[in-house]
Design a protein around this ligand. Sequence first.
Ligand code: PEP
Length: 247
Amino acid sequence: MRRKLVVGNWKMNGSRVSNAQLLAGLREAGPWNADVAVCPPFPYLTEAALALTGSGVALGGQDCSAHEQGAYTGEVSPGMLADLGCRYVIVGHSERRTYHGESDLLVADKAKAALARGVTPIVCVGETRAEREAGQTEAVVKRQLAAVIHGLGHCCGEMVIAYEPLWAIGTGLTATPDQAQAVHAVLRAQLRAATDRAAAMRLLYGGSVKADNAAALFAQPDIDGGLIGGAALVAADFAAICRAASV
Ligand code: PEP
C-alpha cells in the first residue's frame, strides 16, 4: 500500500512571526501516520528547517531552476534546495505555468534537474475550466505528463504527480472524489506504460482540499494524498487534513 503524502504549498504568504506560529502548531499536532511536507517561500526555508527539526515534517521548495548555477538572476537551484534540507520541490504549478509562461518542456527540465540533486519533484498537471468543458481534460493532463516522462526517461518513477484542476485551485470548487479519481486513473495508466514503478508512485490531488473533503478524496484508489494551498496556512486545518491521510 502506498503511504499517503500531504504537502502544504504556502505560496507567497507568511512572515517570520506567522511562520513560527504555524510551524509550532504543526509540531504540536503531529506526528501523523502519513508523510507530510511544507513548502514555504524561499527566504524562510532555513528558519523553517530549524523549526521542523525532529518533527518528521519534511521541507520542500515551491519551484526551482532548471540550471545548476550561474548567471540566472533571481533563480534558486535544486542544489541549493538540497543544501537547505529540502526533500521535495513543486514544479509546474499552474501559477508558474500561467503567470510565468512555463512550458511543458521547461517543467520537465526542472524536474530532471531536481532529481539529479536528489530532490523529489512534485510535478503539477491540470486542465482549465474551458478545457474541461471542451472535453479536453484527459488530453491536456496526458500531454503535460508525457513531457515529463520523456524528460526523465527511466527515472520517471521517482517523481510525485499532483493533479490540480485549475478551476479548483483557490476557488472553493473541489473536484468530486469521482472526478479526481477518474483523472488519477488516466495518469496511473500512462505511468504504467512508462515505468514499472507506477504502482508505487504517489499521485496527489490538489484544489480546495479542506478538512471536510479530504477523507473522501483520499479514500479513492489512485489518490495518494494532497497538495494543499489555502488550508495549509492554518495549523489546525492542515493538521486535520494530515489526520485524514493517516490510515
Ligand atoms: C495549490 O495552489 O496548489 C492549491 C491546491 O491551492 P488551494 O488548496 O488553495 O486550492
